[in-house]
Design a protein around this ligand. Sequence first.
Ligand SMILES: [Zn+2]
Length: 317
Amino acid sequence: MALNPTSLPVVHKKLDIIPLEEIQKVLTEGLPTNFKDVEVTVVDCPDLTKEPFTLAKPGLSGSTKLVEVGGPPYLLPTVQKDKVYDLRDIAKLSDAKNVFIIGAGAGPHPYAGRNCEGIFNLVLENGTVNQQTRIAKVTPVNENCSQEILPNTETRMALLGNLFLSEGKPGKVLKVHAKTRTGRKDFIASIRECLEKKFPDKLVGLGGTFLLKEGIAKQHVMRDFSTTPIKNEEELNKWLKFYNMSAPLIAVGTLVNGDGGLDLRVQHFHSFSNHGEAGHYHIDVTPETVEYLGYFSVGEEIYRIDAPEETHTFGRD
Ligand SMILES: [Zn+2]
């Protein structure tokens, strides 16, 4: 079961659309604060269905939207297990019909039998589902991470999610290639902060994918729901299970340069792999050897769905 979509509040806002060439310039100037080798270009999107990305659609263009559903207050301090959403409903509420959805959120716990991460990557087209979403769980007893792909019959997510919706069409995208991290910011925060500094009066959102090509990333997977309330960041970090996960990792998600008065999570990327590892991206732990390759598209609109009425600021790292 999923929540009735008519019960879900939706707030919709236009994002500021900055030309790709202008973002290219801003990142070319700003990213060297955190990375030694930086190359930002505007390119035709490569076919993302091919290796190494293996996404469910080739491109990131056409009716681009950022969609944030729910939020950390539905997980913390105490889980609200009824917060289960069907992505087919979320697409409708976001005025999207035939749609390619990628992003980061909580996986469908009613399907998994326990709390899990969702690495969303699916196509809803003419009533059919091409589901390439992975979920990641912490295996009881040995606490290893396990990754599995969802079947086409399972289109739910839970609790919270940051999704990028498009028609999955080929088109111009921003290519960001960065090697050797010299600053303290992760790849996405580095991009985000360039946009924050340059466009403080605008609301700019990007969505897309990046490959951790070389190196190792610190990623978490949520353990099963805590039986006691999680009241602060310290308790949260004890409850989350952290792993060092190896390249190649394929990440999907969104970033925005501000809150926009919508209580937005400013960045959220999850990654999957073909070697069994998957989770929530924090940062690489191998700055000297790390290499990132990202493709991003600019969001035209943002949809904030079922935002928690009472919010807090922890659990958003
Ligand atoms: Zn996450």
